[in-house]
Design a protein around this ligand. Structure first.
Ligand code: NAI
Ligand code: MG
Length: 334
């Protein structure tokens, strides 16, 4: 039995969480869910978006499956996601984007995995007013230590999964110290992996290349903000945010979540696509070495994608979160 912390999250979070736990239970996953709360839900219930009990549970069990959390835009509390990634030093945010069967998208040959540095960059929240309401500034931090951890994780992943190439994305022409350091560490780490091709590319060109010829990319590693933006772009290449899972991995803890957010525009409407969160849960199962179980669920999802009457509207379906969930459960035993 695996004890896993479960945070349903905000917006569409509870609906997709219900779907994923139903499918995992039906598939016979030996998981004991430790339910906790965070984000807007926790702020409203307990007056704290990141309650101590939730932190203690993650500290104790070390693995969490987390739904999306709403972060107020402009003002209000700071991102709980960012705080948790930092607190447990979940330095790699791993975001695969792969073409799926029966999904219409602009490309049919995308298979890339993005490693986003997850603990620093512009996300440390060091912002200040130089002059109230008219002049603000924000500080980006890049350290050799955090850069090396995520870049090495990307190369180790490439080695383990027999992938050919690592592409490091930066803006070192302008950000000569921060991105310059990240790139310098990339060049050093690459020397330890002579069998893996290494290249670096400036982020604006990268955005264009990904949209024109995404098949040229394999494993990608980049800093926090670029990784955030480019991973949504990568999701778009394979059919949208409803289809891409993610893992936040550190040396002592791991937290699995979808790339997407709480999608307030469709929350409560039974329209949310649970596939992204389910793929995150499959990454969790693989992390637990439950490979055959993960593969069985993956095949049930692929099979279900063929029947658009049960799929959610974001991927051209006429169904709902519930109909998709029921169909996957049925297809587990095909
Ligand atoms: P979003 O990812 O929630 O939504 C963007 C668009 O994609 C919306 O049109 C939404 O309906 C659609 N979408 C997203 N997930 C979907 C799914 N599973 N099925 C069908 N359609 C889906 O991004 P947005 O609107 O910029 O952010 C909303 C909130 O989510 C914000 O408070 C933001 O801070 C938070 N957020 C949280 C994240 C996390 O918890 N890791 C990640 C990204 C955003
Ligand atoms: Mg994002």
């Amino acid at each position: 039995m695996h004890d896993i912390v479960l945070i349903p999250g905000d917006g569409i979070g509870p609906e997709i969480t219900e779907s994923i736990t139903t499918i995992l239970d039906e598939a016979g996953a030996n998981i004991n869910w430790i339910k906790c709360t965070a984000g807007l839900a926790a702020q409203e219930e307990l007056g704290d978006p990141l309650p101590d009990e939730t932190l203690e549970a993650i500290d104790n069990y070390r693995i969490a499956l987390k739904g999306p959390l709403t972060t107020p835009v402009g003002a209000g509390f700071r991102s709980v996601n960012v705080a948790m990634r930092k607190k447990f030093d979940l330095y790699s945010n791993i975001r695969p984007a792969k073409t799926l069967p029966h999904i219409q998208s602009r490309f049919d040959n995308v298979d890339l995995v993005m490693f986003r540095e997850n603990t620093e960059g512009l996300y440390i929240g060091k912002e200040q007013w130089v002059k109230e309401d008219s002049h603000a500034e924000s500080i980006a931090v890049v350290t050799r230590d955090a850069s090396e951890k995520v870049i090495r994780a990307a190369f180790e992943y490439a080695k383990k999964k027999n992938r050919d190439k690592v592409t490091l994305v930066h803006k070192a022409n302008i950000l000569k110290f921060t991105c310059g350091l990240f790139m310098e560490v990339g060049e050093e780490v690459a020397k330890d992996y002579p069998d893996i091709e290494y290249e670096d590319i400036i982020v604006d060109n990268m955005a264009m290349q990904m949209v024109m010829r995404p098949e040229q990319f394999d494993v990608i590693v980049t800093t926090n903000l670029f990784g955030d933006i480019l991973s949504d772009l990568a999701s778009g290449l394979v059919g949208g945010l409803g289809l891409t899972g993610a893992a936040n991995i550190g040396d002592d803890a791991a937290m699995f979540e979808a790339v997407h957010g709480s999608a307030p525009d469709i929350a409560g409407e039974n329209k949310a696509n649970p596939i992204a969160f389910l793929l995150s849960a499959l990454m969790l199962l693989e992390h637990l070495d439950e490979h055959s179980l993960a593969e069985r669920i993956r095949q049930a999802v692929y099979y279900t994608l063929e029947d658009k009457t049960v799929c959610t509207p974001d991927i051209g379906g006429q169904g709902s979160t519930t109909t998709f969930t029921e169909a996957v459960c049925k297809n587990l035993n095909r």
